[in-house]
Design a protein around this ligand. Structure first.
Ligand SMILES: [Ca+2]
Length: 82
């Protein structure tokens, strides 16, 4: 990840939402070159928004994703019956 870094990522940013659009919960908004930690969605949708302004081009970003078994992460026995 290498995006222009500004306060509050107002210039260039990568925003990740937990859902199928921007009405989902914001999991994080990122810029600069510091890698965010792992992000986990609550369901099978993640919405990613990349914004860039006309000033100062930097590198780029890439991302990897993988599916997790939600039941393996959930020790609540009542949730397993759903
Ligand atoms: Ca820029």
């Amino acid at each position: 990840m290498d995006l222009e870094e500004t306060g509050n990522c107002l210039a260039d940013s990568l925003s990740v939402y937990d859902g199928a659009d921007t009405t989902g919960r914001l999991l994080g908004k990122f810029c600069g070159d510091e890698l965010p930690g792992d992000l986990t969605s609550s369901g099978h949708y993640v919405y990613v928004v990349f914004r860039s302004n006309h000033k100062r081009n930097t590198g780029a970003f890439s991302l990897n994703w993988s599916a997790v078994d939600s039941q393996a992460d959930n020790n609540d026995p009542t949730a397993r019956t759903n």
